[in-house]
Design a protein around this ligand. Structure first.
Ligand code: BES
Ligand code: ZN
Length: 459
């Protein structure tokens, strides 16, 4: 018999201990994209493995991949009950611009109700919340009411390039009824939400090459086409005046939002002013004509420049005509686009628009991820919805998120299972930016929500 109240009380009595654990976890600089942090990735995987052991898990394994390892564990002592595969990632994004942090990103600091650290919200906090919920049920709640498998990877923030191979190789080990993915968030501390869709991603580098080396801009400027200029022209041509993407056929497969979803989005309790505050106060919003800001981020695809590189960017002036220019360009995809399709469209756009004064090269970075939609009418989704309502005292709204989580598509494809996408991050947590934080009261409410979820799943 599960004694949920005792387990909840145990968490409430040990808040400081849990924050201490989160500080420990978040102090490991597990930046997956930077090779100088390879040893930290190992340290972090070991930390997770040790935490799983202390939480009562069995069969703990470090699963190797071509790059960073994943950690697996299970607890399979609820015969006749469903098996839930808990997914998480222990890797984090780089910390630049470091000067904009008010405290060291890997020296977690509590200020008011927030804990500041890289990964606090995305997603070490969420991983720890899940493990604490399970540990409390296991040690103080009379047992975990379902079978649990845990897979915590180290490559999410670089697009999970090796996770598909790992999942194929461990299909039996990972077999389950449903996945729980707490890598998203809610609308506000007082308004829970359930994520029923995520956008996908396709990421590229576009290189434009002119002369074989940099030139004097006085001697050659005017006669040799400047690759930075060409790149800027190409990039600016990728949107029209209405904010629509001009790649050939780009909108052909895009899912049309059903009227009832548009109506639900219009009713979401998030004002434009609040959205702008969460978005660090841009002077004004932008977006494809005919859609609201919540549709722009949840239901419509994008094309973004993530970085630009060319010529001289040091102090002062250098009269140079650069030999090359590069843009990092990514697209957030919606159902039923996919990364291969938009790559072909981008190539066609470049073939049709790049002048013969330069050569260009398009490189696909990572594997990309398709968009996902979750059926809201299943028991797991209803269980998370009920659990959120119980702990927050407010009925959750259903929301499409703009971010991407590659594993959700991989789980559908390889394991044939759906994911419940949840999490307790807030829109102003500063994911991937400076001063990332987690709101501790929401984090603790998240632990209780997950305990309710597991109990409901066992009924
Ligand atoms: N946790 C985020 C994704 C997310 C953010 C989901 C906000 C819902 C709401 C995740 O860690 C992330 O940042 N994913 C990357 C994936 C990419 C590297 C393939 C992303 O969305 O940029
Ligand atoms: Zn992230």
């Amino acid at each position: 018999m599960t004694d949920l109240q005792t387990a909840i009380q145990h968490i409430r009595d040990h808040n400081d201990f849990i924050v201490g654990l989160l500080k420990e976890f978040a102090s490991i600089p597990s930046i997956s994209t930077l090779s100088e942090h390879e040893a930290d990735m190992r340290t972090c995987a070991d930390w997770v493995a040790q935490r799983l052991e202390k939480s009562g898990f069995e069969n703990i394994q470090i699963l190797e991949t071509a790059r960073h390892p994943s950690v697996y564990a299970d607890w399979l002592h609820a015969p006749g009950k469903p098996t839930v595969l808990l997914y998480g990632h222990f890797d984090v994004q780089p910390v630049d611009p470091i000067d904009e942090w008010n405290s060291d990103p890997f020296t977690p600091e509590q200020r008011g109700e927030n804990l500041y650290a890289r990964g606090a919200s995305d997603m070490k906090g969420q991983v720890l919340a899940s493990l604490m919920a399970l540990a409390a049920l296991h040690h103080h709640g009379g047992g975990i009411p379902v079978n649990i498998k845990v897979l915590i990877e180290g490559e999410e923030e670089i697009g999970s390039p090796n996770l598909g191979t790992l999942m194929e190789a461990h299909k039996e080990l990972l077999a389950c009824d449903v996945a729980l993915n707490p890598d998203a968030g809610i609308i506000s501390p007082t308004q829970p939400s359930v994520t029923y869709g995520l956008r996908g991603l396709a990421y590229f580098e576009l290189w434009v090459h002119g002369a074989e080396s940099d030139l004097h801009s006085g001697i050659y400027g005017g006669a040799v086409h400047n690759p930075a200029q060409v790149l800027a022209d190409l990039v600016s041509g990728m949107h029209d005046a209405d904010g629509r993407i001009t790649l050939p056929g780009y909108y052909d497969k895009v899912r049309t939002l059903p009227d009832e979803e548009r109506e639900a989005i219009a009713k979401l309790p998030l004002s434009e002013a609040e959205f702008m505050r969460n978005a660090a106060n841009p002077p004004a919003l932008f977006g494809e004509k005919g859609y609201s800001f919540l549709e722009h981020t949840g239901a419509r695809p994008t094309l973004e420049v993530n970085g630009l590189y060319s010529g001289f960017i040091g102090e002062g002036a250098k009269t140079v005509l650069p030999a090359k220019a590069m843009a990092k360009i990514s697209m957030r995809l919606v159902p039923y686009q996919d990364p291969e399709l938009v790559e072909a469209q981008l190539r066609q756009y470049l073939e049709e628009n790049a002048p013969n004064t330069v050569t260009w090269e398009l490189k696909l970075i990572g594997h990309g991820a398709p968009a996902v939609l979750v059926d809201r009418h299943t028991k797991p989704v209803q269980s998370i919805s009920t659990a959120l309502e119980t702990t927050f005292g407010v009925e959750p709204v259903f929301k499409l998120e703009g971010g991407s989580i590659p594993v959700v598509g991989l789980m559908q494809e390889i394991l044939g299972v759906q994911s419940v996408i949840t999490g307790f991050g807030l829109p102003d947590d500063g994911l991937h930016g400076p001063n990332e934080k987690i709101h501790l009261p929401t984090f603790f409410r998240g632990i209780e929500t997950l305990m309710h979820f597991f109990v409901l799943m066992g009924e």
